[in-house]
Structure formats: C-alpha cells, structure tokens
Ligand binder design. Structure first.
Ligand code: SF4
Length: 294
C-alpha cells in the first residue's frame, strides 16, 4: 500500500506507522529501512516507528508488567492449552492509537471531538476479506484499499512487489511468536544461527511462565512453550513435514487443505497484524493466564 500510494496509484497517505515490538527479525528491520529509503522518503511520506517497549525483555523482567504472549501450555494433568494473547493489543494497537491521537492533536486522555478521525488503511487482500473489520474507536475509520480499490489477491500483491524488486519482503512478526509454523522456525534456524539461539534461549526462559508472575508468586501450574508441540524448541519436531503439510506448502494457503496442517507448517497466515491478527488459530480453549499478564 505504501508503494501504491507513493507511485500515485492510490491517494497519497500522510503517514505510515510501524508498530515495533522490539523483537522483529533483523530482515524485517532491514526491509523497513529499505522501504523508507527507496519508497517513502522520495515520496515525502514519513514512516513513524512507534513502540510500547521490547516484548522479549519485558517477558523476562521481573519488575515489568507483561502483556502475555499466546504461549502453548502443557498442564500438569497433560491437557494442552494456551495463554491469553494480550501482546498484540499492548505492543501494536496501543502505540498506534497513541500516535494517531497525537497526530489528530488530541493526545490521551483528551476527548476527541465528534467527527474528527483518521482514515486508516489496512492491507488485507481479497483472499482474506473476512478479516477486514471496522475500527473499534470513532477516531479511526478503516479502509482496505487492496480490496476496495485494487481488487488484489495475495498473489497480485506478490507480483507487484516482485516488479518493484521487493520479492523477498519478509513477514512481520516477533522472532519468537508462538504462532509460527514449522516453516518459519526452520527458516530462523537455517538462515540465522544467532536468531535461532535467541529464540531457543527465550523458549527455555519462559518455561515456568513470565518473570513478573513468578516474582510475585503467581506460578504457572504447568509448562509454557513457544512451539505448538509443547516440546522445548531446541528439540521440537520442526523438520517433521507431513504429506498434508507438503501439499499445503505447494499451494501456499491451501485450497481444501486441513487448516491445522496448513498452520502447523506455515504458521498463522500473515504473522501478526495489529488489525487482523489470525491469532485465534489454534482451536484450544484459552485458559486462565496464571498471572502471566501481571
Ligand atoms: S507477533 Fe506474536 S508474539 Fe508478537 S505481538 Fe503478535 S501475537 Fe504477540
């Protein structure tokens, strides 16, 4: 959308906002720098980087309130569960809303006068139109130009990016997001040993829950894992690709494939989008947060 706006196919946006959780892969930060340098700056579109902190550091800091990640839990009785996902709201939506209020000239907690709003573009393509939603506040009105103006599918977007020399556009999400599929875990392990080390260490460090919860005596009654197999990441079966998963890879987001198989391999479709997170992917009851959010 940034490139379409910069070249004039879509109207010129006033700003682009990137919500930084502090724990994106290096490839994403490099890509963002490149977009800024080659596309945004020449078109005069400022990219505003906003943040609520560093999600990785916060999870391991006993003195910091932590908005919980959607961890895979193995309960003492062997039942599987997940912790509530609060991180998208805390690390993405909150800082974006804060910046939008500033841009409107009514920073929190000022009241925003009726009729004052921004138009916010959300990059959902036609194959995922069901994810297109209205904003939950009156001072933002969502528009989905890839659907309403371009009628573009995911492959149309990839073709366009390729024509711009951006075929290698990486998916944005936290390096250690528990929604990753095996393909994403393997990609980290096989292309970036330092980042793999980083996620393996983090996975081990959150086994008993987050640091603040433990420091306040609110212990997790089970074990937490980044990988959906609920096995330590260093030993998790990330090379295991079932026949269904191979088929899913061939077809990208899977016509007729079992959704579970697709997600096991590819992870949640678009990583974590602030306004369209596919984070409710795993069909397990979300259980109490065991104080993980404290
Ligand atoms: S990418 Fe994953 S861990 Fe990061 S904010 Fe989104 S859901 Fe949370």
């Amino acid at each position: 959308m940034l490139a379409l706006s910069a070249e004039g196919t879509l109207p010129r946006v006033d700003y682009a906002i990137f919500a930084d959780t502090g724990w994106e892969p290096k490839a994403v930060y490099d890509h963002l720098d490149r977009l800024e340098r080659e596309i945004a700056q020449p078109a005069g579109i400022p990219i505003l980087r906003v943040s609520s902190g560093n999600i990785r550091a916060d999870a391991l800091d006993p003195g910091h309130r932590f908005a919980s990640m959607p961890l895979h839990i193995l309960n003492k009785d062997g039942r599987a569960g997940m912790t509530r996902r609060q991180c998208t709201g805390e690390y993405k939506i909150k800082p974006i809303k804060k910046k939008v209020r500033e841009l409107l000239g009514h920073p929190y907690p000022a009241r925003i006068p009726k009729g004052v709003f921004v138009e916010q573009w959300v990059g959902i393509s036609t194959d995922e139109f069901h994810r297109a939603k209205d904003a939950d506040v009156k001072y933002m009105r969502n528009r989905h130009p890839l659907i309403t103006d371009m009628n573009w599918s995911r492959s149309d977007c990839v073709r366009y990016l390729t024509s711009l020399g951006l075929a290698d556009t990486p998916k944005s999400s936290c390096l250690g997001c528990p929604f990753h599929g095996n393909a994403q875990w393997r990609h980290i392990r096989d292309t970036s040993p330092e980042e793999w080390q980083d996620v393996v260490e983090f996975d081990a460090a959150i086994r008993q829950g987050n640091a603040r919860a433990n420091a306040s005596g609110n212990h997790l009654l089970g074990e937490a894992f980044l990988h959906r197999s609920r096995v330590p990441l260093s030993d998790a079966p990330i090379d295991h690709v079932t026949a269904a998963e191979w088929a899913a890879r061939q077809r990208e987001l899977g016509d007729g494939q079992e959704p579970d198989a697709v997600e096991a391999e590819l992870g949640v479709a678009d990583g974590c989008s602030p306004w369209a997170c596919r984070g409710d992917a795993e069909a397990l009851p979300v259980q109490g947060d065991f104080g993980l959010a404290s």
